[in-house]
Design a protein around this ligand. Structure first.
Ligand SMILES: Cc1ncc(COP(=O)(O)O)c(C=O)c1O
Length: 325
């Protein structure tokens, strides 16, 4: 295993299911669509952060931490899964969330509360600044805080998706399957960078396409190559990456981060009503909407096999009830 030399705690339910989407495939007339169910990783309703947290929490515990700190949006899936990982590991958790407390505590924010996390609202201040302040205050009070980076996207967290690519390829080998394309939502970059490092290390020849959730392609590609190089180095793999090697489509940014439009709504309805699978409004709804649009534009041949990597986030649907009804 590529990540065998790394400390890791068992947090996620792995391997996640790999399933065909026969009804949606038939409705669209191809390509053959499949889904990798990382919405089923466990950890307080699942998602991609569970894989990253297996490595991040192991690092925190190895350093003697007693508290996890992380940050994100008010409906952050990463914050919710970090709160759950902390609870499961006997650690305290402080979440620094953007903006002010909303009048209604719903979706991921409700789960943050149920999981016992302390929430600090950052207002307009940069998250990193507030997280550093929270860490300093906890240290002064005699605690040993561990700061989990935004989105869990550093080389330690991204190692979770190097291992995930290994998991996928083992599932494919066992079922004599090959995917021509893997499509996923990409934002802080740890998921896509990890998958691409794993793909290169293991000789996967398909195309990996990140649908950008919130950044222009060149910005995300630069971030992805930096993270992939650092991750390969962290794992002792002699691989180097250039920004243009990362497949990124920034054609679906819509109204900006967290703004639900027709693309996301229609994608959520399509997958729910043909296959009984829920997407989230911010990440996977946008990415799946992009995939459906690319299929309609003829970006894939009908005889190709395309895997959508479901990265979770479904708890957020409750936080967006009024936009999704
Ligand atoms: C549901 C979901 N999908 C995708 C992503 C993007 O993953 P990454 O930040 O590793 O690019 C996130 C990040 O928060 C997420 O919560």
């Amino acid at each position: 295993m590529l990540t065998d030399n790394q400390p890791r705690v068992p947090i996620a339910h792995l391997p996640t299911p790999l399933e065909p989407l026969p009804r949606l495939t038939a409705q669209l007339g191809g390509p053959a669509l499949w889904i990798k169910r990382d919405d089923q990783t466990g950890l307080a309703t699942g998602g991609n952060k569970a894989r990253k947290l297996e490595f991040l929490v192991a690092d925190a515990l190895a350093g003697g931490a007693d508290t996890l700190i992380t940050g994100g949006a008010g409906q952050s899936n990463h914050a919710r899964q970090t709160a759950a990982a902390a609870a499961k590991s006997g650690l305290a958790c402080t979440l620094v969330l953007r903006g002010a407390e909303p009048p209604q505590v719903q979706g991921n924010l409700l789960l943050d509360r149920l999981l016992g996390a302390r929430v600090v609202w950052a207002g307009d201040r940069p998250l990193a600044e507030v997280m550093a302040q929270v860490a300093e205050d906890l240290q002064k009070a005699g605690h040993r805080p561990y700061v989990v980076p935004y989105g869990g996207s550093n080389p330690i967290g991204a190692s979770g998706y190097v291992a995930a690519m290994e998991e996928l390829l083992a599932q494919c080998a066992g079922r004599d399957l090959h995917f021509d394309h893997v499509v996923l939502a990409s934002s802080s970059g740890g998921t896509q960078a990890g998958l691409v490092v794993g793909a290169r290390a293991l000789g996967y020849g398909g195309h990996i396409l990140g649908i950008s959730v919130d950044e222009k392609a060149d910005v995300l590609q630069t971030k992805l190559s930096g993270l992939a190089n650092a991750t390969a180095n962290h794992l002792g793999l002699e691989l180097t990456f250039e920004p243009q090697e990362f497949g990124v489509d920034d054609g679906y940014l819509g109204g900006g981060y967290g703004v639900v439009g027709n693309l996301e709504r229609a994608a959520i309805h399509a997958l729910a009503r043909t296959e009984g699978i829920l997407l989230d409004p911010v990440y996977t709804g946008r990415a799946f909407g992009g995939l459906l649009d690319l299929i309609r534009q003829g970006a894939f041949r009908p005889d190709e096999r395309v895997l959508f990597w479901h990265t979770g986030g479904t708890a957020a649907v409750f936080g967006y009830a009024s936009e999704l009804r």
